[in-house]
Ligand binder design. Sequence first.
Ligand SMILES: [Fe+2]
Ligand SMILES: [Fe+2]
Length: 251
Amino acid sequence: MRVHKPYVIHEEGDRSFIWLGLDESDREKGVLTNQYLLRDGDRGALLDAGGYFVFERVLNSIQEFVKPEKVELLLYSHQDPDVVGALNLWVDMVPNAKIYVSELWERFLPHLGYDLGGVINDIPDSGMRIPFGKSYIEAIPAHFLHSPGNFHFYDPITRVYFSGDMGAAIFPKDRWYLMVDNFDEHSKYMEAFHRRYIPCKRALDQWLKRIELLDIKIIAPQHGSVFADDNVPKFLNWLRSLDRVGLDLLD
Ligand SMILES: [Fe+2]
Ligand SMILES: [Fe+2]
């Protein structure tokens, strides 16, 4: 099994969006996950930091770019174990970080064995701008995609849109790549996930409309591969064309 090193996906001045590597042997421990660091100078924001098994690799990877005490934000898209599972370890290792998560999930997180201690910030349903470095990160509502309290995170400087579970791909055993090249082939690895985990087409359509005006260069999902440039509209059009998802499958 291969280990892949962290990779700077896109950079604008001293603001960079960094994928934090992968140990393919993690495949045995559950679905593969991506973690990302948004860096602004010497400060960091960690997106969907992940579960217990990836904690050590992610912590080592961020230290190639920023000091742990300079990680200012832990941003969480939703409450799943592959997203928040190592939160109680992170609060010790990045002691200056503020945590942001949907107001729906804040009261559930202490069950991870973590003392709230006033560092959790609720993201209201309508979303918010979270100050970061010389600019901000926008928490974009993406409710029911797939969690009822669900956010994506958009950086207006690098124009990277972190899409959580939207865009998730599940690869066969001997297949993996970081950047999407052949979209048609890649869509086959995404279809089953989106049909079952996205509860309804209405949520999908509302979100697609919401992000229409954003200037997006890159879409980075929490599972699978990253969409850049021409593959961004291809991915959004593919979602638009999905007819039956979630509840529709009950008919
Ligand atoms: Fe999820
Ligand atoms: Fe996930």
